[in-house]
Ligand binder design. Structure first.
Ligand code: KG4
Ligand code: ZN
Length: 345
């Protein structure tokens, strides 16, 4: 009989993390906050043919990859399945069919091994990636979160409690990168290709920054910036002039990134919080990373920045957030369902 009230909480548990919310099937193993392995099988190349993620293709790819990726993660960690103390899995937000593959796999494993199942909110996973980089890291800190679906600056007060200091009122930063990539005829995945193109361009076009003016709260707007890029390109094309795509990419990147960095650092200073962390796919952007490092150094703030591979979707971050859930006895019942949307708070 599977009874979640009977599970004991161990020190330094061995946790398998599973992630399947979009086009990456990922598995990772941690022991306490030590990362033992992290493996990803991606369907991105397949998705690129369609210019974006096709949910049905993602679900099928997860079904084909999940067994293999878990086996790879266990093997690299030198952990046998019987040594697992818990399974942490993304239950939302994401593509429902895709989520269900990971969730069903995790439920079966938890049930057959009679170990706790921890249901992880994907976006909280992105915030937790930093815990594996600095094992001593403890709240409070200010977190910059920027992914395909979210953009926010957060005050993390404890491992389970945070305040949203500011965020986007329309598109997310990653979404803007993806849309601008399309305007510049760049292939999927958009963000990283905009970054590549921007490397050979100049920041010489004054696009509006993504900050909402005259707003007392800390609000970002990416839809205006995206429209400004579209209008700029269309106007030149209508006049028969050529668009220097590299300069558009570099100028957009600056306008999209600089306010995020500036406001994150300002928030930390104002709150008197000495540590800054970051997570989400956009944090893999090299230009943003350099700017954030530079600003944190200048302001004497400690920056805990996950490597690029732990900013984009991965299962190590899911295991890391799973550890917080495990330590708090926050175990899921086996009838938990996947959720396409979960509010940040
Ligand atoms: O966190 P993530 O992998 O998935 C979500 O949870 O959304 O973030 C994906 C987003 C996409 O919009 C992608 O274009 C963006 O992160 N991204 C980047 C870079 N790598 C991924 N944006 C800018 N520069 C990058 N290098
Ligand atoms: Zn993500």
């Amino acid at each position: 009989m599977y009874d979640i009230s009977k599970f004991q909480i161990k020190e330094n548990p061995v946790i398998l993390g599973l992630e399947s919310s979009c086009d990456e099937t990922a598995a990772a193993v941690i022991r306490g906050r030590e990362l033992l392995s992290s493996k990803i099988i991606s369907s991105a190349t397949e998705q690129a043919k369609f210019g974006g993620v096709v949910p049905e293709i993602a679900s099928r790819a997860h079904t084909e990859a999940v067994d293999e990726v878990v086996a790879q993660a266990l093997a690299e960690a030198h952990v046998s399945v019987n040594e697992l103390d818990a399974v942490a899995v993304t239950y939302g937000a994401g593509l429902l069919g895709a989520l269900l593959v990971g969730l069903s796999f995790a439920k079966s494993l938890a049930y057959s091994l009679n170990i706790p199942l921890i249901a992880v909110n994907h976006i909280r996973g992105h915030m937790a990636a930093a815990y594996l980089i600095d094992k001593q890291l403890k709240p409070p800190f200010v977190t910059l979160l920027a992914s395909g679906g979210h953009t926010a600056i957060l005050h993390t007060k404890s491992f389970t409690e945070f305040e949203i200091l500011g965020g986007t009122c329309d598109d997310a930063a990653g979404e803007a990168f993806d849309k601008v990539a399309r305007v510049l005829s760049l292939p999927y995945p958009g963000g990283v290709n905009v970054e590549r193109l921007a490397k050979s361009g100049k920041n010489n076009i004054a696009f509006p920054k993504c900050l909402v003016k005259n707003s007392k709260s800390l609000q970002f707007s990416y839809s205006g910036l995206k429209t400004a890029v579209i209008n700029y390109c269309h106007n030149l094309e209508q006049k028969g002039e050529s668009v220097v795509r590299e300069d558009v990419a570099a100028s957009f990147q600056f306008a999209a990134v600089q306010p995020l960095v500036q406001k994150t650092v300002e928030c930390a200073k104002q709150l008197g919080v000495g540590t800054v962390t970051a997570g989400g796919g956009v944090i893999a952007n090299g230009y943003l990373r350099e700017m954030l490092k530079g600003e944190c150094d200048r302001e004497n703030l400690r920056l805990v920045l996950p490597e690029k591979a732990y900013c984009t979707d991965n299962a190590a971050m899911i295991a890391a957030e799973g550890l917080i859930g495990y330590m708090n006895g926050n175990f899921a019942s086996l009838d938990i369902n996947a959720r396409a949307q979960i509010p940040l708070k």
